[in-house]
Design a protein around this ligand. Structure first.
Ligand code: GLC
Length: 689
């Protein structure tokens, strides 16, 4: 059951697609307090109460005990004390045995979540502007609450099947020669690969929608050459448009009056990668249409994938904030021994990027009238995604596209996926990425993944290997790293063959993982879930922070510690463990419910399959184009007949149908191989089937 409660004058964010009339009754469970413009909602928490949700945030799967803020921020260091990352996903579930409450705050401005931080026994959620719709979901189980929420916010974005292939990326690939050599090195060594992401280096002076001629002399030809090798080029597009006479997106943006302005009527500008930029007014439909059409020349060349970046929007500095800081420098010159002045200098320069004052200084022209940016700040990235997605759909209405963004808000899950931003090459960031995934799935963001190997800092061979082992299961599987960091393509390392084995598992599992992803998306379900969703009565499962349920029948438990030769895993029921080394090299072990220490040497990783169910493993390929799922092996521990609903489609159609895509596969104990589509057994030689 969903009820809606309205406060103030909520801005229509577009997150909710179902019409739910506001309730006239007071909101149950929560104490409501107004102070100035803000409104707070407080809920008493029992000692055992768990809080799931909040999508892209740091810390654990259980969000209790910390302070979070919905305020989309370009943040380079995802340390434990961060209150905000790049996205705002204001949906949470309060879970205890005798009560289950789902809560969504549809608020485009800053929201503060004190989830047992000030007082362990109380959650206080504060909307700074006090203009919001609150949706309360009650009844059923955890899965039902999410399902109902997901129906309310609309179906998740469906990427094409090739987007589930392995993608290589790096900030710093200089041009087509380097990209071609990266591809060649993968192909020579038979490391599967489906795409290369092009970072800002491909642009002229980091200006959107331009191509550096020296680096890509005939990029149309180059794109075709890549396509012939089954490689998709995925260029980056940033939010800011450089202020430069003669630069066509800038000129056409001026002509269309598509940029945000200040109160004075002047354009708001700030420095980002290309230098001083104007910012498209993504909350304005005409500006969105203009921006979406800028992708057209790239689409015409056959590009079918993009990543949108810097769309919180990230602001390095404005002219005003720089002038202010420089005036402090001048002052300091005259007061050499003033250490307080030195602190002030540090703080003036340190707080220049993404400064709240700057976000208060420009406006959007929306259907609801002109509105100051900070009231709708968290929508900016989501509406950039919408502009792009609409532009692509206008151009190719009958094909799916790849799109992932850094910043987002609920609603953008209908138009694209996200990546989890600028993580580091740190062991703790494998675990952090895993812990974010179920929260993102709750909010409809199914197509997501982190920078494998770590973006900032220098990776190490073992770290990359373990990152990849998580990446095998994340819908977006991309190796990405920052400029000047250690190169981290798989082939750079001594044990590349073993890492290739990991990527081969991804391709062998792809028919199955794609099937699980599409079913989850088309049924408004989660692809990754905390164990509590499947075993709410099991106290150990409910508190498990480093394992996830995947699809209908599986569980993952990656290793995330340096030099570990294995890990402890809790099995909430009997399961079959598949210990993978490559697509052909794996062993199977039946394991009983309970705690296990599992030996997992550096290039080994497990997948657990529930007893009396099975997964499907193909032969793999070097690209998704070449995948052949006509013969799949079923792996499972069957003591009775089991059935699997296998989903397949052409991987690009925009109106996939569950009914048409599903085939039921039945297996009896003793069967372990099946030839699709005939669900019959061919072999009977496995102990484990
Ligand atoms: C941002 C992005 C990162 C990208 C870099 C350069 O930091 O998050 O992925 O590589 O900008 O474009």
């Amino acid at each position: 059951m969903i009820s809606r409660f309205s406060y103030g004058k909520p801005f229509p964010t577009g997150a909710v697609v179902r019409t739910i009339e506001p309730s006239r009754k007071p909101m149950p469970f929560f104490r409501i307090r107004r102070e100035g413009t803000s409104v707070s909602f407080s809920l008493d928490l029992t000692p055992e109460e768990i809080i799931f949700g909040l999508g892209e945030t740091v810390r654990g799967i259980n969000k209790r005990g910390h302070l979070y803020e919905s305020w989309n921020t370009d943040i380079f260091n995802h340390s434990e004390d961060r209150k905000s990352l790049y996205s705002s996903h204001n949906f949470l579930i309060f879970f205890r045995r005798d009560r289950l409450i789902g809560l969504y705050l549809d608020d485009s401005g800053r929201v503060i979540f004190d989830l047992g931080y000030t007082k362990r026994s109380e959650a206080v959620i504060t909307s700074e502007n006090g203009n919001l719709d609150v949706y309360l979901l009650e009844g059923g189980q955890l899965k039902d609450i999410v399902h109902e929420f997901r129906e309310m916010i609309g179906r998740s974005y469906l990427p094409p099947r090739w987007a589930f292939g392995y993608l290589q990326s790096r900030w710093g690939y200089a041009g087509e020669e380097e990209v071609a050599s990266v591809v060649e090195k993968h192909r020579e060594r038979h490391i599967p690969l489906d795409g290369v992401c092009l970072d800002i280096d491909y642009m002229v002076d980091y200006q959107n929608f331009t191509w550096k001629k020296e680096a890509f002399p005939d990029w149309k030809k180059f794109n075709q050459r890549m396509k012939d090798e089954h490689i998709h080029l995925v260029p980056i597009i940033d939010a800011g448009i450089r202020v430069r006479e003669g630069y066509s997106p800038y000129e056409s943006g001026l002509e269309k009056d598509a940029f945000c302005r200040k109160e004075s009527g002047d354009y708001f500008t700030a420095s980002v990668w290309p230098g001083n930029c104007c910012f498209p007014d993504f909350l304005n439909k005409d500006a969105r249409d203009w921006f979406g059409d800028l992708y057209r020349p790239l689409l015409e060349e056959g590009i079918e994938g993009f990543w949108n970046d810097m769309n919180e929007p990230a602001l390095f500095f404005t002219k005003e904030s720089m002038e202010e800081a420089l005036s402090l420098v001048e002052r300091q010159k005259e007061r050499e021994d003033d250490y307080e002045g030195m602190w002030a200098l540090g703080s003036a320069f340190g707080s220049m990027a993404n400064n709240p004052k700057d976000y208060q200084s420009f406006y959007h022209r929306t259907e609801q009238g002109t509105i100051r940016h900070d009231y709708v700040h968290n929508l900016y990235g989501a509406y950039m995604t919408k502009a792009t997605a609409d532009g692509i759909r206008r151009f190719m209405p009958d094909r799916r596209y790849l799109l992932f963004s850094r910043s987002s808000f609920i609603g953008a899950h209908r138009d694209g996926g996200i990546w989890q931003g600028d993580n580091f090459s740190w062991w703790s960031h494998i675990r952090l990425a895993l812990q974010m995934l179920p929260g993102l799935n709750m909010c409809g963001f199914l197509f997501c993944g982190c920078d494998l190997g770590g973006f900032g800092q220098n990776t190490t061979e073992d770290l990359l290997a373990r990152f990849l082992q998580l990446g095998v299961f994340t819908p977006l599987m991309r190796n990405h790293s920052a400029l000047h960091t250690r190169e981290q393509e798989i082939y750079r390392f001594e044990t590349w063959e073993a890492m290739r084995g990991t990527v081969q598992v991804r391709y062998a599992l792809l028919p199955y993982l794609y099937s699980e992803f599409m079913k989850a998306a088309l049924r408004d379900e989660m692809y990754f879930r905390p164990l509590a969703f499947d075993y709410p009565e099991d106290d150990r499962a409910v508190h498990t922070e480093d394992q996830l349920m995947l699809g209908e029948n599986c569980m993952i438990a990656p290793v995330y510690e340096a030099n570990a030769e294995g890990r402890y895993v809790y099995l909430p029921e009997d399961m079959l463990m598949i210990r993978f080394r490559s697509a052909e090299d794996y062993d199977l072990e039946r394991m009983e419910k309970g705690d296990h220490y599992i030996r997992l040497r550096l290039h080994e990783f497990p997948l657990f399959v529930r007893k009396n169910s099975f997964i499907l493993l193909g032969k793999g390929a070097e690209s998704t184009d070449e995948l052949d799922d006509s013969s799949l092996t079923a792996l499972g521990w069957l003591e009775k007949e089991a059935e699997y609903a296998f989903y397949r489609d052409d991987g690009v159609c925009t109106c996939p149908s569950l009914n048409q895509g599903l085939t039921s596969i039945r297996l009896k104990p003793g069967d372990n191989t099946l030839i699709y589509p005939a669900a019959t057994s061919a072999k009977d030689d496995s102990d484990y089937s």
